[in-house]
Structure formats: structure tokens, C-alpha cells
Design a protein around this ligand. Sequence first.
Ligand code: IPE
Ligand code: IPE
Ligand code: MG
Length: 248
Amino acid sequence: METTNLLEINKENLPQHIAIIMDGNGRWAKQRGMPRLFGHRHGVKTVREIAEASAELGIKYLTLYAFSTENWSRPELEVKGLMSLLVETLKIELNALKKNKIRLRAIGDLSQLPEKTQQALLMGMDETTENNRMDLILALNYSSRWEIMLAVNQIAQDSKSGSLQLPLDEAGFSNYLSTRGIPDPELMIRTSGEYRISNFLLWQSAYTEFHFTSVFWPDFTKQHLYQAILDYQGRQRRFGKTAEQLKI
Ligand code: IPE
Ligand code: IPE
Ligand code: MG
């Protein structure tokens, strides 16, 4: 692949928040005649490279879709393997997160994750809470419809108890989501040649720019990240206006 020069990226027009649907680990492993977990293990290396490259660039929020509520339907062995990989990775990477001043956060229904996974996550989040270079947000047991339903039910409850006055505006609704306080992603990347959103950040991606690549996640490098950012920088974000209006 032709290398993208980092210098081509306009530092004045960086997305603050990049969201990534990391996809293709299984197919990457299959191509090599290996079990799916082999692909997931290699996917972790990509996470490290992309998190570090993002922080170096000056990205403020990086959200990675790591496990969807639908992923529980996978074979038990794969689910178990993914959960232990997560614990192992969090333990190994904690020092690197601290060194790089990255804050670990998570969105999703964490209460349904295995005890050990929850503990490792809580420890990682707790020990990096002061870091402010970049927020690394893991979407774990996350799905957007789950999140929206939770918000709707909470809103109904708060309204009934009198702690919330209706009607609610968009900003008010956003405060009920697990991404509360986090700006919407300007750029969303999906690897592996799939063109769907798979229940990820539906509300938050109302005006997100999408970048799709056929590269499988374990093969995704910082050069691909730069390419995606350049693609984003070439877009005209019109937010309903005409191109002419934006030139004024
Ligand atoms: C993405 O890779 C990682 C997770 C969903 C955990 P996949 O495991 O979905 O890989 P493919 O789509 O089967 O190739
Ligand atoms: C989406 O990937 C979820 C994650 C990346 C964690 P999947 O590979 O599970 O998505 P679908 O189900 O094929 O759309
Ligand atoms: Mg997949």
C-alpha cells in the first residue's frame, strides 16, 4: 500500500472523535487456516497501534466497538475467549495507557459481563481517570437500541417522579445516553468490507462521515487511519445547507 504522509493531514481539521467498527478478525484468521480467536489476538495489536497513533495525532476521543449485545449469539468458546482476551489485554496495556496519558472508558451494559472482565475494566478506568490526552472508549456489550431503550425508560421514570420536566430537547435526550458528555463522532470507520452500522451509535452518528475499507481489522495500520482521516478531510460537511452557502 502506498504510504500516506502524515504531513498531508491538516491538523486544523481533525475529527475530535473517531468511532471504529473493528471487523474482520474471524475472516483474517480463516484465511490463514487458524481459529477465530487467533484473529482476535491479532486484532488487539491493531487496537494498540491505532490508539497510540490517534493520541499522537491529537484525536480527543476514540470509540472502539469491541463486543455488541448481539455478539452473545456467537459460539460459547469464542465468547469466553473474547472475554478472557479482554481481561488479559487490559492488564498488559494498563501501563501503556498510563504512559500515553490515555483515559480508559466504557459504554454498554457492563453489569452483564463476567465478573473478572468487569473488575479489570473498573481497575483500568479507575487508574486512568486523571488522564486527559485522549479518551479511549470501549463499547462492550453495547448496542444502540439497548442504549436508547434504557434512556427512554429512565426518562419515563424521571418524569413520573417529577425530577424531569418534559418536553426534553435533543441535548437533554443525549444526556440520558451512555455517551453523555462525549461529542458525536465526526468520523466512523468500518473495516472488512461490510457496509452496515450493526447497532452502533445510531443517535450519535446522525451527521457522522463514514469511511469503509475492505482491510480486515488485524491488517489495519496507522497508514490506513491516516487515509481515513484524509478521506474525511476531503468531505464537505453541509449539515443540510447547500454547497454555495458554505462558500460565503
Ligand atoms: C470483529 O471481527 C470482532 C468482534 C466482533 C469481536 P469478527 O469476529 O466479526 O470477524 P468476521 O466478521 O467474522 O470476519
Ligand atoms: C459488529 O461486528 C460488532 C463489533 C465490531 C464488536 P459484527 O461482525 O458482529 O457485526 P455483524 O453482526 O456482522 O453486523
Ligand atoms: Mg464481523
